[in-house]
Write a protein that binds this ligand. Structure first.
Ligand code: NAD
Length: 458
């Protein structure tokens, strides 16, 4: 049988960057079997694991420019952002390595004269991991960066959009980790589905909510634990007492990062009516001022979307809104013809109604619908008017109001006045259709290990 291949396309100009053979069903199965055989050796020596992971970080650091360039070329992330992104890869991995003891913290729940009760923690064994394309290197870090030092072996399927980044990363990992401790698989959803059924001990899935639901159902049938990090449609609320210039700068930077292809990015802006006109005008100025171009060009501020299919989806969402009465304050069109790549004009939309796809669906691109509110109650209701619950952003000079609002927004993470909650010491994770489970911090280590009660005589 002929091996199927996946093509890597540069979204800045649609040129073909290369081809990678998709993993066969046999390879998927063998990867999990070999990962299981490698796990006892890997878990047996914490010091060796730390040295191996430090080797990985060291090489990532020394090859940061090459990795950043590869992400920009294959995924479309502007090179300046890509360089920062690789710096965050190093920061997060270092934190995991420094804090790996947290994964094995023993809790004494009762110590009497006759009995001692303790809860210990242990790695699961083999992790099956499936990740999307939007941060080709960092998605590996977030999914596997705590799992590996905690003593699991990992079989990962990277997205079919970024196979060359996956190959480059794997070549680094292979130089530092013992054989079969980490295996990369290549291919589309069918390969992911095979991996979910290949007998791993737990699953980490990062991707859209629709795929997450089907992967979780499959995991459920096998009673395999799963962490789901899914989509989002984060609200941002600008109250009338906000520091407006700072809020606008924060909203624009957030919405345009990685061309708006961030799971927890601010995707629906809710503004006090008294500020609406001012905010629309200021946002349009910022959005219009951005330099759009080839992602690897150091002058580029907005690159292409990852692929034509994402561009077409985004345009369909925007045209649906315009067809239902939304008004573009800026942008509102695909730049594909003009620029011969997957480019979309940064867009601010007003006259939004709740039936529009830009309000009800996740919008993965540089497009921001803006609605006005009169009362705090109304702002919170609008913020919660979504099936998602990943991030949320609140702008006000009154911290009591900020906390009150944060408590009432149905999301896993809330940022006040632009303070970045994405930190290795916090957790990252959502409510509602944004998934369940956590990455980073002690919550992340808890997900990649399982607890055991040991009750013994004192
Ligand atoms: P996607 O759901 O289409 O694909 C994600 C991964 O799942 C890919 O590797 C894909 O090949 C694989 N897959 C597809 N069908 C499958 C199946 N039936 N069984 C097993 N695997 C399957 O998502 P995408 O378009 O690659 O990524 C964008 C989505 O990811 C957005 O919704 C974004 O919000 C989300 N995301 C979430 C987080 C988070 O931490 N919450 C982080 C990054 C991205």
């Amino acid at each position: 049988m002929a091996t199927s291949t996946i093509k890597s396309i540069n979204p800045s100009d649609y040129s073909v960057l290369g081809e990678v053979a998709a993993s066969s069903a046999k390879e998927v199965e063998a990867a999990v079997v070999k990962a299981r055989q490698a796990q006892p050796g890997w878990v047996s020596d914490l010091a060796a694991r730390i040295v191996a992971m430090q080797g990985v970080v060291g090489e990532i650091q020394s090859r940061a420019p090459e990795l950043a360039e590869a992400q920009s070329r294959e995924m479309g992330m502007p090179i300046k952002e890509s360089i920062d992104d690789i710096a965050s890869v190093v920061e997060f991995l270092n934190w995991y390595i420094e804090h790996v003891d947290v994964a094995f913290t023993t809790e004494t729940t009762f110590a009497g004269s006759d009995e001692v009760h303790q809860i210990t923690r242990h790695p699961y064994g083999v992790m099956a991991s499936i990740v999307p394309w939007n941060f080709p290197i960092n998605n590996w870090v977030w999914a596997a960066g705590q799992s590996l030092p905690a003593g699991n072996t990992v079989v990962m399927k990277q997205s079919e959009e970024v196979p060359l980044c996956a190959q480059l990363l794997t070549s680094i990992l292979d130089r530092h980790l013992p054989p079969n401790v980490f295996t990369m698989l290549y291919g589309a959803g069918d390969v992911g589905e095979q991996l979910v059924q290949a007998g791993a001990d737990f699953i980490g899935f990062t991707g859209s909510s629709a795929t997450g639901r089907s992967v979780a159902a499959l995991a459920g049938k096998q009673m395999i634990p799963i962490v789901c990090e899914l989509g989002g449609s984060a609200p941002g609320i600008i109250f009338e007492d906000a520091n407006l210039n700072a809020a606008i700068a924060s909203v624009a930077a957030n919405r345009l990062l990685n061309q708006g292809q961030c799971c927890d990015g601010l995707k629906r802006l809710i503004v006090h009516r008294s500020l609406e006109e001012q905010v629309l005008e200021a946002l349009a100025d910022v959005f219009d001022s951005k330099r759009i171009g080839n992602a690897t060009d150091s002058q580029t501020q907005i690159g292409p979307l990852v692929a034509k299919r994402q561009l077409d989806l985004l345009d369909a969402q925007v045209q649906d809104a315009i067809g239902k009465g939304a008004k573009p304050v800026c942008g509102g069109e695909s730049l594909e013809q003009k620029m011969e790549g997957a480019f979309y004009a940064p867009t601010v939309l007003t006259n939004i109604t709740p039936d529009m796809r830009v309000w009800t669906e996740e919008v993965f691109g540089p497009v921001l619908p803006v609605v006005a509110f009169d009362t705090d109650e109304e702002a919170i209701a609008l913020a919660n008017d979504t099936t998602y619950g990943l991030g949320a952003y609140v702008y006000t000079e009154d911290l009591n109001r900020a906390y009150e609002t944060a408590f009432r927004i149905e999301s896993g993470m809330v940022s006040v006045n632009g303070v970045n909650y994405v930190q290795p010491f916090n957790f990252f994770g959502g409510y509602k259709q944004s998934g369940h489970g956590h990455q980073h911090g002690h919550f992340g280590f808890a997900e990649v290990t399982r607890p055991k009660v040991i009750a013994s005589p004192a």
